[in-house]
Design a protein around this ligand. Structure first.
Ligand SMILES: Cc1cc2nc3c(=O)[nH]c(=O)nc-3n(C[C@H](O)[C@H](O)[C@H](O)COP(=O)(O)OP(=O)(O)OC[C@H]3O[C@@H](n4cnc5c(N)ncnc54)[C@H](O)[C@@H]3O)c2cc1C
Ligand SMILES: Cc1cc2nc3c(=O)[nH]c(=O)nc-3n(C[C@H](O)[C@H](O)[C@H](O)COP(=O)(O)O)c2cc1C
Length: 823
């Protein structure tokens, strides 16, 4: 395994698809003395599939790696800029997307010819059944497993590679047609059993790819599984006839029988990419590349790009290591480390895109405008501002449409200070282009009798700065500053209805008059000096109570002074079941019926106090493993009574509390419920459960589900990333039909605009970014140079300066369009 690089003489690539051919030619180009062989089971001109799509960006990478083949590809590419979406007899077309398409056969032939020109040995019509025997035959020092999606080599060494294969929900068939589409076309057709979609694009002068896709149950309901291949194709022709202008759909998978040409996409991830095998006494690395290592759903158009970029990166690792006397193992480790991160990013985006197409019916309540916007931004990689760069006119038209069709607009535009407001409350910002429509995140939202001036919420954040549960000056300044900072709603941290329900001794409470008065002072400031509204989150810590301040050992019990157990400051805990949060945490006592009644009464009492303090919004905290969340989560609820077992039973007590609180809270004021939409742990709640939970709270009168996730068990393994919880908010909103608040790694206006624009959520809660910048919303709006936001009057000269400064910076930076991704 410490083989020096100088020992690399012979490379064997098993599988002559884009990955194997391209790696072969790149290595031969850089190291002409190497002997490189690519072994392929097909003949040179045989191939499955039709065309593939790249972005313009991919072509740049190829030009750098091998200008000769890149030029040939560039000559063969069909370039187009438009995406057109057909849905419910309407269509929407936008431009600036920058795609290139090429026939797969043409691509392979270019790579094959280039291989031959450089001296790579191409061996066709050889189906490799034993890679070790072949490695021995060629005396290979490096074997590349580029044998595609169903890689035999990956299966053989699966103990090393540890592949994770997720077979997705839709069936799809890859067809072609002589109808030449002049835009990347997405066509949606509804049948009596559900939705079908076609992804179509031209890849040469006479031919287009035409992929038809539908969820497995819809496919089954139409009996396609029992059809012959011809009948299945004829079914698609009838369904999509209006797009085909009489041209037939053509299959080139004639070797497959019946419906075998319809497959379910397997998403492949491998834990490791390099297997070392003793081949005739020589430790030989067998390295995954391309689809054998990973797949990304075709709707993101990146499979071939990833395969080619794997090849480029491994070749680059070799070139980079040459001067550093690294071993072969180090080079391969570098390749795996670099590529797995890149692939993970693309797979995250591909997952969002795959799920969008698997759940088209979730979005079919939308008008075509929003449906198309949701489709274009489905991967969360293409954002609002990316769309502006691509097609500013279309985007502005969409913003205007959204503003005109805002279903939650107040009866009158909110631009007046709230009644009794201090004269310091200011007016709108200057606007470079006052005619521009309001960005989605600054559209008002009316819920019950309350109008929020925009869609940004300061997420509840514990400050650990209260004394005996009483909010102090810190809270006044902290919350007051954020109320002046442009957000529409400022939430007070989780506040407990009982002393024992606090997470830490520094957490706020609302069980006595002193606490109510202290909070009223803050509410009064917000109401009198800002145009923001203020809400409070009520919650009981349950098994996660009696722990240290956030900046100490978070979630761990309070230390005893001098380490003496008899002087422990910890207080006893209550939860759904006697399940401790961690090995150091106390075992809580499972609540009895009497405990439940007393707790409900305490929540109601706090609610009355919150109303008396003047709060505009109330949120019930049913997330993050605290008391009510511990009932909902199956990992922390082991009850055998009416409050444990099924999801309905687990939600019963939180719903009892919700109903009691709702009854005590003013009828014209909104209530939200924060849930953990995903426990991120085996046996825990999943986003499917989140939809069911949301439906139950909706039926009980909840207005908004605040969709968070995790923190219910220490076993959780969340997958983080920008806006990582937003897909759950999207699901809940569009399946349960309730307003949602998205939260989690929303850090830019661009994120919030995309979320609101696509109808993934109705509000965006921003937490940590608000710790760094109390005026996050004002500053993000200044970057957009929009006037649809009000500044406090004493800050107006600061406003004018920042608008000018940003305008100056923006005019210096030439707006660089970055088109080039399909999703
Ligand atoms: C419907 C559909 C649409 C797609 N659209 C796009 C798109 O628009 N853009 C895009 O970038 N990608 C697209 N892809 C994905 C793309 O085709 C693959 O990601 C890409 O081809 C991967 O390249 P590869 O070299 O790793 O694997 P492959 O192209 O699968 O090549 C593997 C090669 O290994 C050979 N082989 C396998 N086993 C053996 C063996 N035992 N012995 C010898 N030879 C063997 C195979 O014959 C094959 O030639 C699409 C895929 C599908 C299914
Ligand atoms: C310091 C801090 C305290 C928090 N306290 C609470 C809280 O009291 N209630 C709650 O529901 N979430 C709380 N959270 C979680 C945030 O509200 C938010 O969900 C999370 O930080 C993700 O959003 P972000 O990526 O914008 O930070 C807290 C987060 C931080 C950073």
């Amino acid at each position: 395994m410490n083989t020096p690089l100088s020992a690399l003489r012979r490379i064997l690539c098993i599988g002559g698809g884009p990955a194997g051919l391209y790696f072969g030619l790149l290595m031969k180009r850089r190291y002409p003395d190497l002997q490189v062989t690519v072994v392929e089971r097909n003949r040179p001109f045989d191939t499955f599939g039709w065309g593939v799509v790249f972005s313009d960006q991919t072509l740049q990478n190829l030009k750098r790696a091998d200008p000769e083949s890149a030029q040939q590809m560039a000559d063969a590419f069909n370039h187009w800029d438009d995406i057109e979406v057909f849905y419910k007899d309407h269509s929407v077309r936008s431009t600036g997307h920058g795609f290139i398409g090429i026939g797969r056969k043409r691509l392979l032939n270019i790579l094959q010819e280039r291989c031959l020109a450089l001296g790579v040995d191409l061996v066709f019509e050889t189906d490799v059944t034993d890679d070790q025997a072949l490695a021995q035959q060629y005396n290979a020092d490096l074997v590349i497993a580029s044998d595609g999606l169903n890689s035999r080599i990956r299966t053989r060494y699966e103990a090393t590679y540890r592949p994770d294969i997720d077979t997705r929900k839709c069936r799809f068939v890859w067809l072609g047609t002589k109808k030449t589409f002049d835009a990347f076309t997405f066509a949606f057709e509804q049948t009596e059993h559900g939705w079908f979609q076609a992804h179509a694009y031209k890849f040469d002068d006479q031919t287009s790819t035409f992929i038809v896709e539908t969820p497995e149950d819809v496919w089954q309901a139409h009996g396609i599984e029992q059809m012959s291949q011809e009948d299945g194709v004829a079914f698609c022709e009838r369904l999509f006839a209006k797009y085909l202008d009489g041209n037939p759909l053509i299959s080139n998978a004639k070797h497959l029988r019946g419906s075998a040409n319809w497959i379910r996409f397997p998403r492949v991830i491998c834990q490791t990419w390099v297997h070392w095998q003793d081949v005739a006494g020589k430790q030989t690395p067998i390295v995954l590349m391309g689809d054998a290592a990973h797949t990304a759903h075709f709707s993101i158009g990146s499979g071939t790009k990833l395969a080619l970029e794997d090849a480029i990166d491994l070749a680059d690792e070799f070139s980079g290591a040459a001067g550093r006397s690294e071993s072969m193992a180090e080079v391969l480790q570098g390749y795996e480390a670099r590529r797995s991160v890149e692939v993970l990013k693309i797979q995250n985006a591909a997952r969002n895109s795959t799920e969008w197409f698997e759940n088209v019916d979730r979005y079919t309540g939308m008008d075509i405008q929003q449906f198309a916007y949701s489709l274009l931004t489905r991967s969360q990689r293409i954002s609002h501002e990316n769309l502006r760069l691509r097609d500013p006119q279309w985007l502005e038209g969409y913003e205007a449409w959204l503003e005109a069709h805002n279903p939650h607009a107040p009866p009158l535009r909110v631009s007046l200070p709230p009644e009794g407001a201090d004269p310091a409350w200011g007016g709108p910002a200057p606007d470079r282009a006052a005619r521009h429509p309001t960005p989605p995140m600054l559209l008002p939202l009316t819920v019950r009798g309350l109008t929020l001036k925009n869609r940004i919420v300061v997420s509840p954040m514990a400050q650990y700065s209260a004394t005996d549960g009483v909010a102090g000056d810190w809270h006044l300044v902290h919350l007051g500053a954020r109320a002046l900072g442009g957000a529409a709603l400022v939430m007070v941290e989780m506040t407990s209805p009982t002393p024992e329900g606090r997470i830490t001794p520094g957490c706020t409470g609302l069980w006595n008059y002193a606490q109510e008065v202290a909070l009223r002072r803050i509410v009064d400031f917000v109401h009198s000096s800002s145009s923001a509204r203020i809400g409070i989150q009520l919650g009981h810590s349950g098994a996660k109570g009696s722990t240290q301040l956030g900046w100490e050992q978070i979630d761990e019990p309070l230390p005893s002074p001098g380490g003496r157990p008899d002087s422990s400051p910890n207080w006893p805990l209550l939860s759904a079941s006697a399940v401790p949060y961690g090995p150091q945490n106390q075992v809580p006592r499972a609540m009895t019926r009497a405990d439940m009644d007393a707790m409900t009464a305490a929540f109601v009492e706090s609610t009355r106090r919150a109303a008396a303090a003047g709060f505009d919004w109330l949120e019930l905290h049913c997330a993050h493993g605290y008391l009510l969340s511990a009932f909902i989560c199956p990992l922390t609820n082991q009850r055998t009574d009416d409050y444990g077992g099924s999801l309905e039973n687990r939600c019963r007590y939180p719903l009892e509390v919700f109903s009691a609180v709702r009854a005590a809270w003013p009828a014209d004021q909104p209530m939200s419920v924060r849930i953990s939409a995903h426990d991120w742990a085996p046996g825990g709640n999943t986003p499917d459960d989140a939809v069911a939970i949301a439906r139950l709270f909706k039926a009980a009168g909840c207005d908004v589900i605040d969709v968070s996730s995790g923190q219910t068990t220490r076993q959780a393994r969340p997958v983080y990333g920008r806006m990582y919880q937003t897909p759950f908010a999207d699901r809940v909103r569009n399946e349960a039909g309730i307003l949602t608040m998205a939260v989690g790694a929303i850090t830019e206006a661009d994120h919030a605009n995309s979320i609101i624009g696509a109808g993934r959520a109705d509000l965006c809660a921003v937490a940590r970014a608000h710790l760094a910048d109390p005026a996050w919303t004002l500053h993000e709006a200044a970057k957009l140079q929009t006037r649809a936001i009000d500044w406090p009057r004493p800050y107006e000269s600061g406003r004018d300066q920042i608008y000018r400064e940003i305008a100056r910076q923006q005019s210096l930076q030439a707006a660089q369009a970055s088109p080039g991704e399909t999703a």
